[in-house]
Write a protein that binds this ligand. Structure first.
Ligand SMILES: CCCCCCC[C@@H](O)CC(=O)SCCNC(=O)CCNC(=O)[C@H](O)C(C)(C)COP(=O)(O)OP(=O)(O)OC[C@H]1O[C@@H](n2cnc3c(N)ncnc32)[C@H](O)[C@@H]1OP(=O)(O)O
Length: 276
């Protein structure tokens, strides 16, 4: 069986020693589409901080091989998975240059009927990251269905809306931050996985939406983010424009992101950013 929850759940994954410097941070900001008029993202002399979603690439920065889903109790073809949800808890602002140790484990395996969801958790002194991988066709093993983390948007017009155009080359840049999944570059692999063409990394969309919130409602100060969760509700193709709607609530922002040039097809749902 490709997933054996009895072996998988709780299993420790190899630890990693992470290190990064301003080159990695600037490359990450560029990979989210930061441009020449945004010196606080692209110039070390003007940086106001590191977008905390950098945590999602800090663990894989130097990877040059595609990610694998071969872990204790799990052996799955990469073509069958998409990133389903992402959660970050930010214990401290991320420094421009840093070093820390990361420990990872398989936190849960859920049975969604037609699909399985595998949750891995990575902890460091700076952040905790939870990745949910959605595995098509691997449900039905009699496991727990797991929680449904819903974040409803308020029943009123958004307090702010931002448009973020992506570039046709966005995924080609983003993959250099350590996710070399061919799904994002190779048309043949994308077709094999059931997509008409390569799709954008979910974590690229996740970072773009965080940047939109920081720029629009947080005065450009990335260190105000204390936590961030989102569900990847639909695919984004490189070159499309994201529309991020934002609502202020007590101690947090609630967001929703859609593809403006594809009838506002939902891209990120159940999104919240908790604030310091
Ligand atoms: C370890 C390292 C590994 C690295 C892996 C590789 C990482 C990257 O390279 C890969 C990527 O970046 S992929 C790009 C980003 N992701 C996407 O584009 C996915 C977009 N979403 C979809 O296609 C569908 O929503 C889809 C397909 C996700 C779900 O749609 P449906 O099948 O229609 O599901 P639905 O009927 O709505 O729901 C069934 C049950 O599943 C739960 N669920 C739905 N979407 C979920 C999601 N995104 N994440 C987690 N759970 C999800 C539903 O809640 C439901 O369960 P329940 O009834 O218990 O609530």
């Amino acid at each position: 069986m490709p997933i054996n929850p009895a072996v998988a759940v709780g299993a420790e994954l190899p630890g990693r020693d992470l290190s990064w410097d301003s080159t990695d941070v600037l490359l990450y900001h560029l990979a989210l589409g930061a441009g020449p008029n945004e010196l606080s993202y692209v110039y070390e002399g003007a940086l106001r901080g590191v977008l905390p979603t950098f945590a999602t690439v800090a663990t894989t920065l130097r990877d040059t091989e595609p990610p694998t889903l071969t872990m204790p109790g799990i052996d799955i073809d990469l073509a069958r998975v998409v990133h389903g949800r992402q959660e970050l808890e930010l214990h401290q602002p991320i420094p421009t240059k840093g070093r820390c140790a990361a420990r990872s484990r398989i936190a849960a395996v859920y049975d969604k009927g037609s699909a399985a969801v595998i949750v891995t958790e990575t902890s460091t002194e700076l952040f905790t990251s939870r990745i949910s991988i959605f595995v098509k066709g691997e449900g039905g093993f009699g496991g727990e269905r797991g929680p449904t983390a819903r974040v409803p948007v308020p029943d009123r017009a958004p307090d702010a809306v931002a448009l973020s155009p992506t570039d046709a080359r966005q995924a080609l840049w983003y993959r250099l931050c350590g996710d070399r999944n061919p799904l994002h570059v190779d048309p043949a692999f994308a077709a094999h996985a059931g997509f008409p063409r390569p799709i954008l990394h979910g974590l690229c969309t996740y970072g773009i939406v965080a940047k939109a919130a920081v720029d629009t409602l947080l005065d450009g100060d990335p260190d105000r983010m204390a936590g961030y969760q989102a569900r990847f509700a639909g695919v984004v193709f490189p070159g499309e424009t994201l529309r991020t709607e934002m609502w202020r609530e007590d101690g947090r922002l609630v967001l929703r992101a859609s593809v403006a040039d594809r009838d506002d097809a939902l891209a990120l749902s159940d999104v919240s950013i908790t604030l310091r």
